[in-house]
Design a protein. Structure first.
Ligand code: ZN
Length: 373
């Protein structure tokens, strides 16, 4: 693909050089006025006929010399009072794209450049009403975890064909962290599933919300963000029941200086459920005289290994298994060299546990996960 792309680029360069030569070095030739062939829905699934567009959906002007087009004005049937103007989002020599205003009316359409004088005119463009988008399932109030079995979902139906643009918003800073452009048809519910990824990896822990960005219509207001907000975290605290984070300095990473101790000891009732703090691939699951029943998971997307020791029984997962964040891997116990039921938990940097990585203090991370889950 990359090779093909660079070949195309080379061809374009070549043509431009020939073009300059043919012009005799006389400099750039000013483009002529815009020449419009058609105005229609950008998406052929929204409407098929030329000179028909839909409110709140993208339109495309096709023709020549369109680079200078800045605005598309729907002049409507009566005077200037019902004019509706759309700013052009992007242009090329042969196309210009804009979103049809919510108050656009059927009638003549005028294209404007940087000044308001008309550059071109189309006698009649039919404007159809905006599709209505009805959200069905917005996972309100739920919690989701990176790599978890359940994904945050947004499900909706439409009453007529539409390109629906859904945004995922970080509620705290109102940043848009994801977008989905979905071609939807009436009678078929569409579902967006978010896997917790944003550009650059796992999304940060916090509150998120789905938001309808298009069609731009009253239906957008039907999804107030506050009610669709959900909680997302990149890890889950592994002990799913009452616990502490250690009782003496000897429970800490480094053993309070009195011994070699690569993890954090956290006490809980024997039999308390143990879940994977981060899903991934099980690297080891077995028994060792000191570790007792233990599990090592290569955490998906982290490079880190997560180690769980002294499990009550044989682990519920096997070497090579894929596990979800939050999946039960066993129960708190005191097998191996342990006194009192507790989880000995380790974290190792890449490439991992006894593979060249280094153990590091997991307590700062554990405190955060404990607060959030
Ligand atoms: Zn320990």
């Amino acid at each position: 693909m990359a090779r093909f792309g660079s070949l195309a680029l080379t061809l374009v360069t070549f043509v431009m050089v020939v073009g300059d030569a043919a012009a005799g070095g006389g400099g750039a030739v000013a483009p002529g006025p815009p020449d419009v062939n058609t105005i229609s829905c950008l998406s052929g699934s929204v409407c098929r006929s030329d000179d028909t567009v839909v409110r709140g959906q993208e339109l495309i002007v096709r023709g020549r010399n369109l680079v200078s087009v800045k605005r598309v004005v729907f002049t409507g049937a009566r005077g200037a009072g019902d004019d509706a103007t759309a700013a052009v989002d992007r242009t090329s020599e042969r196309s210009a794209v804009a979103v049809v205003p919510a108050d656009a009316q059927t009638g003549p359409v005028v294209l404007q450049g940087s000044s308001k004088s008309p550059l071109a005119r189309v006698e009649r463009v039919k404007v159809r009403p905006a599709p209505k988008v009805k959200p069905l399932d917005i996972s309100p109030g739920s919690s989701f975890y990176f790599g978890g079995r359940r994904k945050a979902t947004f499900e909706f139906t439409v009453d007529r064909p539409a390109d629906v643009l859904v945004e995922l918003v970080d509620v705290d800073n109102q940043a848009t962290v994801g977008t989905w452009d979905v071609a939807a048809r009436p009678g078929v519910a569409r579902r967006i599933r978010w896997n917790g990824k944003v550009r650059g990896g796992a999304a940060g822990t916090g509150r998120y919300s789905f938001r309808l960005a298009a069609p731009a219509s009253a239906s957008a207001k039907a999804v107030p963000e506050a009610t669709t907000a959900f909680f997302f975290a990149d890890h889950l605290f592994p002990i799913r029941g009452p616990h502490d984070l250690g009782q003496t300095p000897t429970n800490n990473f480094g053993g309070g200086g009195t011994r070699t101790h690569y993890g954090q000891d956290m006490f809980a009732k024997c039999g308390a459920k143990l879940a994977a703090a981060r899903g991934g691939e099980v690297q080891f699951a077995g028994y060792h005289s000191a570790a007792g029943n233990y599990v090592v998971i290569d955490g998906a997307g982290t490079g880190h290994d997560y180690v769980y020791m002294h499990l009550l029984e044989t682990p519920l997962v096997k070497t090579g298994d894929r596990v979800f964040t939050g999946q039960k891997i066993g129960e708190v116990g005191e097998t191996g060299r342990a006194s009192g039921c507790h989880l000995h938990f380790e974290m190792w940097s890449a490439p991992g546990w006894y593979e060249g990585g280094r153990a590091f203090d997991p307590l700062p991370a554990l405190r955060i996960w404990d607060r959030n889950s």
